[in-house]
Design a protein around this ligand. Structure first.
Ligand SMILES: [Zn+2]
Length: 478
């Protein structure tokens, strides 16, 4: 029986319209925003959640924050920035984190010092090594947008959004097909770095652990700006949040979090110096209140889950009582804060502080590789041999099984997951019910019938069980 479906895919739809831009680039509206004297923000698109590149004029030259995922755009942006700032002495590029849509175009600033957190080069290496897969995704996206447009069922805004997606995807395909090489940072740092540019100072703080491990906050006190990359937003200007979609504590290690808390706390203490919080994509906005609320959330999560893990409490019991609604009611409905993200955070931190492995994460890891069934059989054997090494829940394993059954059409894989779940939770009628369904799907009606009966013994009120028993019995009579 389905309890909930597992969301692994992100659907991007765009509906809102941004005021028209006067200029265009590659057929996309080009936006140039002067956010402070000597500071410009440049991006393309009214719908797609594209990277907004910032540039700051300083005595030591122009400092650019982030490149985009399409170097051709970065080369054009560089010219726009030079025109807007009335100079072309580019000196530094700072990457807010290692995602491709903030580093792919680094080559446009190859003559500059490129600064990033020290986990960025590894992330870039990985991005570029997934090249073939990325081409596949882009091709699929191009076809999807073409089909949407051709079907003629979109309203004007949706059509404009699909056309933008199509241009971006086509540019991306062109880039990927050119056998691109990464341009790595020339200078990296771990916890903090101060870049003195004469009249403007840039304070770079490690802030990894939510969006990626490589994120940094960049404070330019003389401009009153804090650049927050893709970590968060508390207002969305379009329906395409993209990189800023989820705020969750999910990517750090035990060593990262104390540094993140220290750095974030220090920036909150300097609130009077910060006039603007500037996210890495044009369609996100952030207020001090949103910045503070997310910090308090993170800090509370860290201390509560560390305490729970140390006390050796039952994870599932803890999770049941530790909901967003009960513990953080003020955050419910705030952009990027979701129940799914909250669960992800709790699980990730429990994994760190308890030293145990989240079974669902281990399974998802296997799903990314080939030969799921064989690998899962091995994992399953290990779980049954040493249950204390792992933590898991009935509902989570159940929804993963359904993900395989319905989305991936992998009947055997789903059967294996449901079978393990039933072994781990023999008192759960739902676990046996799902296993019965997998048997039925595989064509083993006899076994399905026996399992539905077992499930019904545990929960005589199960309508689903009764319905299937009737169906199977009638099918077997034929
Ligand atoms: Zn990102």
């Amino acid at each position: 029986m389905i309890k909930k479906t597992f969301l692994l895919a992100m659907v991007l739809t765009a509906l809102t319209v941004f005021p028209c831009a006067a200029e265009s680039l590659e057929g996309l509206p080009l936006h140039v925003q002067k956010i402070e004297p000597g500071v410009v923000r440049v991006w393309v698109g009214d719908h797609v959640s594209s990277t907004a590149v910032c540039a700051i004029a300083t005595k030591k030259g122009i400092v650019v924050i982030d490149s985009t995922d399409i170097p051709k755009l970065d080369e054009a942006f560089r010219k726009v920035i030079a025109r807007e700032l009335g100079r072309s002495d580019f000196a530094y590029l700072i990457n807010t984190h290692g995602h491709g849509d903030h580093t792919n175009g680094n080559g446009a600033y190859a003559d500059c010092e490129i600064i990033a957190h020290d986990s960025v080069p590894e992330m870039m290496r990985e991005n570029f090594s997934n090249h073939t897969q990325a081409i596949g995704w882009v091709k699929e996206n191009i076809q999807r947008q073409k089909d949407l447009i051709a079907a003629g069922k979109l309203d004007a805004k949706q059509k404009a959004a699909a056309e933008e997606q199509l241009i971006i995807a086509t540019l991306k395909a062109e880039f990927l097909n050119s056998s691109p090489k990464p341009t790595y940072p020339s200078k990296t740092f771990r916890d903090k770095l101060v870049l003195d540019c004469g009249d403007v100072t840039f304070e770079l703080y490690q802030s990894g652990g939510t969006h990626t491990q490589s994120d940094i906050f960049i404070l330019a006190p003389q401009k009153g700006i804090l650049f927050t990359g893709d970590m968060m937003a508390d207002k969305w200007l379009s329906d395409t949040p993209g990189c800023l979609a989820t705020f969750a504590v999910r990517t750090g290690s035990a060593e990262d979090y104390p540094v993140l808390v220290k750095n974030w706390q220090a920036l909150i203490g300097r609130k009077d110096e910060i006039k603007q919080y500037v996210p890495g994509h044009w369609n996100g906005e952030l207020s001090f209140e949103g910045f503070l609320a997310r910090f308090n959330y993170l800090k509370t999560l860290l201390s509560d889950i560390e305490a729970m893990a140390k006390a050796g409490g039952d994870f599932n019991q803890f999770v049941a009582g530790y909901t967003l609604k009960d513990k953080f009611p003020a955050l419910v409905g705030s952009p990027g804060i979701t129940n799914q993200g909250h669960q992800m955070s709790v699980q990730h931190l429990y994994q760190i502080y308890s030293g145990k492995i989240a079974l669902s994460t281990a399974i998802q890891e296997l799903l990314r590789r080939d030969g799921f069934s064989a690998a899962f059989a091995e994992l399953s054997g290990d779980v049954l041999k040493d249950r204390k090494k792992y933590f898991y829940s009935d509902a989570e394993l159940n929804s993963l099984g359904y993900w395989l059954l319905q989305q991936l059409k992998d009947k055997e894989g789903a059967f294996q997951i449901f079978q393990l779940n039933a072994e781990l939770h023999p008192q759960s009628w739902n676990a046996w019910d799902s296993l019965a369904e997998a048997c039925y799907e595989k064509g083993d009606k006899q076994k399905a019938l026996a399992l539905y009966r077992k499930s019904l013994e545990l929960n005589p009120a199960s309508e689903n069980g009764k319905k299937f028993i009737e169906l199977i019995e009638s099918e077997m009579k034929k």
